[in-house]
Write a protein of this length. Structure first.
Length: 305
């Protein structure tokens, strides 16, 4: 079947998606035009769960590289497409498998908990994965009281305030979330006294200290839907505002910072999604030896959530 070039882009994407038996999974930080053609929009945990269960032959992953890798780890028989191969996550690149192996030698008794924002090679060296939605639960589920947490020091620090376990933190961070400042939240709370300040656990501890809630992006979406919430100060990447406003038309959402933009998330456009489905590339595929070891860490996480 040939798809007419005269049709609007979104319609061409949807037709081709059906032809390829593809599913389009989209992260909450993606551009509105991409969110609007998704089969499912969600946070990292929800998207991995969807990938693990899909019956489609092709997964078009609109997010960043580690997310597409996680889909490939869970679904080796499916074609996983990332519409821009340059959409990486700088935090994931702040630790290599070699560095982690060295650290494990220094801390031989520690259980390694790895944030999903990491490469497949790093996951393969880890005992269990976590996401921002389940990090506390994952750490609490472990028998060991000594944890090596990689690569996000701020998520790790947040978890350490919610558990009695000893956490060793790798000094990684998200360059987008460190742009969120406590003074901006304090000012907005004065301006909007009814508003709840909700921040992502990748934010710095001084930001978390002035927030009302600390939630994953999926947690923020659910929180915004509550009847008792009518105004929300949003401390995370700006892309989430599109979904918050679309799903809650009568409510007010105030971003903490207009600077909190993840340039990698914004590399995926509707045009690139169409092109990716037409050409069936760029494909993300994790080599089998690494995949099997990384899958053990991801499966252990999925078994407890
Ligand atoms: P979520 O899992 O909360 O969607 O976060 C992913 C991410 O990359 C945050 O920067
Ligand atoms: Fe990585 Fe930060 Fe972008 Fe999330 S927002 S993908 S942690 S750089």
């Amino acid at each position: 079947m040939t798809i007419s070039k005269d049709l609007p882009l979104a319609e061409r994407v949807l037709k081709l998606k059906r032809e390829r038996n593809a599913v389009i999974l989209v992260h909450n930080y993606q551009l509105g035009e991409v969110q609007d053609i998704a089969d499912f929009v969600g946070d990292s945990l929800e998207l991995s769960q969807k990938a693990a269960k899909t019956e489609a032959d092709v997964i078009v992953f609109c997010g960043v590289h580690f997310m597409a890798e996680t889909a490939s780890i869970l679904c080796p028989d499916k074609t996983v497409l990332l519409p821009d191969e340059n959409a990486g996550c700088p935090m994931a690149d702040m630790i290599t498998a070699t560095q982690l192996r060295q650290k494990k030698k220094e801390l031989p008794k520690a259980t390694v908990v790895c944030y999903v924002n990491s490469t497949a090679e790093v996951k393969a060296e880890s005992d269990i994965c976590c996401t921002s939605a389940n990090a506390v639960k994952v750490v609490e589920s472990l028998d060991n009281d000594e944890i090596l947490f990689v690569p996000d020091q701020y998520l790790g620090h947040y978890v350490s305030t919610r558990t009695d376990k000893k956490l060793h933190l790798w000094p990684g961070y998200c360059a987008t979330h460190v742009r969120i400042q406590p003074r901006d939240i304090i000012r907005l709370k004065q301006e909007y006294p009814q508003a709840k300040a909700v921040v992502h656990p990748e934010c710095r501890p001084d930001v978390i200290a002035v927030a009302d809630e600390v939630l994953s992006t999926g947690g923020m979406i659910r929180y915004a839907g509550r009847e008792d919430v009518s105004e929300m100060i949003v401390g995370t990447e700006l892309g989430i505002i599109h979904r918050l406003r679309k799903e809650n038309p009568g409510k007010r959402f105030i971003p903490v910072s207009e600077q909190a933009i993840c340039p990698n998330m914004k590399l995926i456009t509707l045009e690139k999604v169409l092109w990716s489905l037409e050409e069936m590339c760029p494909e993300v595929k994790v080599p089998e030896a690494i995949r099997l070891r990384a899958k053990t860490a991801v499966d252990r996480m999925l078994a407890i959530v």
